[in-house]
Design a binder for this molecule. Sequence first.
Ligand code: SF4
Length: 358
Amino acid sequence: MASKVRHLLGISGGKDSAALSIYMNRTYPELDIEYYNSDTGCELQETIEFVDNLKSYLGKPITTLCATDGMLEKTPFDYFLKMYNGFLPSVKARWCTLKMKLDEFEKYVGDTPTVSYVAIRGDEDRDGYISTKPNIQAIFPFRRNIWSTDVIKEVLDNKNIVKFKECYEGRCEVIDKQTGDAFTLKAKLNVLLETDTVAFNHAVYLYLKKYTQLPVGMLDSFPLLENEDVIVKDDVYRILQESGVGIPAYYNLIDFEVGGKKGQYCRSRSGCYFCFFQQKIEWIWLYEQHPDLYAKAMEYEKDGYTWIQGESLKDLARPERIRQIKLEQIRKTEAEKTRRKSLVDILGEQGTNEFDSI
Ligand code: SF4
């Protein structure tokens, strides 16, 4: 009987989720994946154009989730900002992601069992968003370990080891050696993946089928069980270039000169133009490349609220401050170049998760 499980993939407008959609479309055409993105009303034009390119490549619709369809406010962000009495979101109070993205995603899914494909790369050491809703299961196709932490905790917990061994169908000598307290969950996982990733995936799948109600266990088959790929940042760029989709235009390096020295800047992330995760040099990029958006971001700074802790955008845009930030950027770039990193690496993507920019 055909499975009723949905397969969803969120397109953020950033490089990783775009590469994942291309990769999944190409590698697993048999999966009926639905693509979606979240409308905050505050994306850069470059992001919108990149998502349009991707849509043409995929040849499938990308459903837009909008938390405030039909509301009178200018954007979903304005609607929620009013609800929060002008209190700007921040790293510590990230109501923006919750209200504009997570809640909307969970509403869209409803109660249908759903596999959500998440673009965390094999060279990243972080966990993605794990829904609190039991009918949503996250899968990470770019990592050797495609399973989420909650699943790994369940199957490798010593109290479940007998059940898990049954699922391993006789190929579990390695688990026998790894059940003692001296072995952390991570150590057990690494040994099992290194020994035979595909056998491990099949054992997890069988465990999910027998002992849980998780969506992957409800599937008649799951092609990602055979997946041994590990996709890192260079692979992401390669996938995007080879597909013809290219990279988002905000990654393009732009030259600047200050105090007789030459430097470059760009933006390192998709998401809202005023995102508080951006670095100061990225704010300067916004000020010089999209002055209208910088002015709009400034308008939100009222009643003592600022996007950057302890510094207003008005202060940041003073010529001497811009000069200082640019000189610091040149210094950092030169230091990092000796470590042969790209500028996007230097700017980093800290603090993001797959929902930051959806
Ligand atoms: S991009 Fe930044 S500001 Fe926008 S929702 Fe995500 S965390 Fe919040």
